[in-house]
Ligand binder design. Sequence first.
Ligand SMILES: Cc1cc2nc3c(=O)[nH]c(=O)nc-3n(C[C@H](O)[C@H](O)[C@H](O)COP(=O)(O)O)c2cc1C
Length: 203
Amino acid sequence: MPQKRPSYIIAITGASGAIYGVRLLEYMVKNGHVIHLTVTREGWYILNEEAGFSWEGNEKEIASAISKYYGTSTENLHYYNEDNLSASIASGSVHIDGMIVVPCSMKVVASVACGFASNLVERAADVTLKEKRRLIIVPRETPLNSIHLRNLLTLSEMGVHVIPAMPAFYGRPETVADIVDFIVGRILDSLHIDNDFYKRWNK
Ligand SMILES: Cc1cc2nc3c(=O)[nH]c(=O)nc-3n(C[C@H](O)[C@H](O)[C@H](O)COP(=O)(O)O)c2cc1C
């Protein structure tokens, strides 16, 4: 049997920090990973507001526009709308190595914590958990209330890797891109993907 290429789901939801998702997507598609991308309606809104990204059309057209933008093969990227509950990634039978929700809204945190799968992001995360695959979430909210904290604890206790969008400053970042790369580097670390996205502490 031919070796399968690593396949990941990237979900961009309606929390601030869309740029983290875009940067991870860029790295993953340019480095030969197969990516299944889904973006919620609010995710698209914030992507446009914060990063100026807005791709329109049907799912295939959006996938092909993003691939063209990054100069990569269309074979590496699949895109699904949040309403598409019959997308392949809604089923546990599809070969997926893990899922990253970046940025992750508190709504998705809450839905996943109680198994309420009302859109494709929530269903795919639910499937990732039931199949015992790696699920990484990058929550972004501040301040956090007790409900947020309880939901995050529930997910953490189930093995979800919670990587809050909390950049560190010991590497003396000089640009917004440096700050973004710190978080994306930590996500790649969690996926065991070697990277030099940020300066590691080395005294
Ligand atoms: C500009 C803007 C920024 C937002 N930032 C956050 C945020 O950082 N974290 C969060 O949990 N929700 C945030 N929200 C609220 C979510 O978008 C809202 O709860 C939405 O229902 C989430 O939907 P989704 O999880 O389906 O994407 C923001 C909304 C707007 C309009």
